[in-house]
Design a protein around this ligand. Sequence first.
Ligand code: PLP
Length: 412
Amino acid sequence: MKDTFINLLQAELKRIDDAKTSKRLEKMIVGFDANHKAIINGKKYLIFNSNDYLGLRFDEEVKKVEKEVVDIYGAGPGAVRFISGTFKVYKDLEKALAKFHGRDEAMIFSSAFAANLAVIFCLIKGQSKDSLVSGETIVISDALNHRSIIDGIRIAGVSKEQKAIYRHLDYKDLDRILTENKGKFKRALVISDGIFSMLGEAVDVKALRKIVDRHMDDYEEGVVLLIDDSHGVGAYGVTGRGVEEASGGKSDVLVGTLGKAFGSDGGYIVGDQIIIDYLRESAATYIYSNPISPSVAGAALKSVKIIDTEKGKNLLEKLNRNIVYFKKEIKKAGFQMASHSDHPIQPILIGDAKKAKKLAAELFERGILVTTISYPVVPPGKDEIRVQLSSLHTEEDIKYFISAVINSKSQD
Ligand SMILES: Cc1ncc(COP(=O)(O)O)c(C=O)c1O
């Protein structure tokens, strides 16, 4: 490499470091104790920033299946599925996911990020020049959608005219965009996160469905609704079906992850048979990239099954009791929340970036892991401490967390 190029990279790193937005100095966890506290530098930490909302990554049954599946198939997939055969455990997992979400079919990906890149690209732009033509679709996306959705739209290479962003959770704005573009495009693709991970807000799928259906005939080939409910599946809704269950609405294509409430790893898409058949033929991150390891799929399959048992029901109820308890206690302590979330993501409004960072550092000193969310992810002055609850938390854990926040704040 030439020095000139290295200098360019160094300048970029300096810019990031000066802005204090560096992410590469990750904390190194060497293991967990019996109470699932993370061990860092010989000290134990309560985890309030994990997406493992039901604690299934530590579940004995889930871990047992993962170990058993390694012995059947080996540690890795060996190749992509169409090359040297697919493993039965992948098919079983897909069947279970389709059933869980009440859909014809499911397909798994290495991550939800990979799933979004593929599905958005493929629904906007077909691989064959005779199928989907990129310019015929308008893609309409919530202003705060996840990076994987933004990148999926980017790689589809749509023109400026073909892309519209509606104001965050503003369904009237979405309605306006669909009305204004009537007759200009053959089809429309509406995309939203299910749970917005910065603030824990839930999308109203029923309201979106209504708008999409109302505009169905305004477009020759209709309007498709895609929801990525990565933070909702497993953890939200009475039986863990996510925002669809909570709002009583249904998307056409649902993306989820196995790496959050399901405690495993990987992503998936569920939908009608035709959508999944088409994606198996065209999704590059499925065709040309390995699936998750078979043992990981086995663990995910066990988690999906657990959620529909008495044990799963109890985990979800415990999670919801923790959410209610946390909200009551944090309010009593005089803190304001940055949103009205009833999801395990509970953002405490702090104000400015410096204060939020200082508080997170003090909580770390007191043995607690949390995340700060700062501008530009949230508006300036709305910096928050993002708390993520789990069914693994005890009342004592939550009490300790709140007293630590009070004591740290009082040192401001
Ligand atoms: C909405 C959304 N989609 C996708 C992802 C990525 O999930 P995965 O880790 O499976 O790629 C996330 C996680 O941060 C998310 O919040």
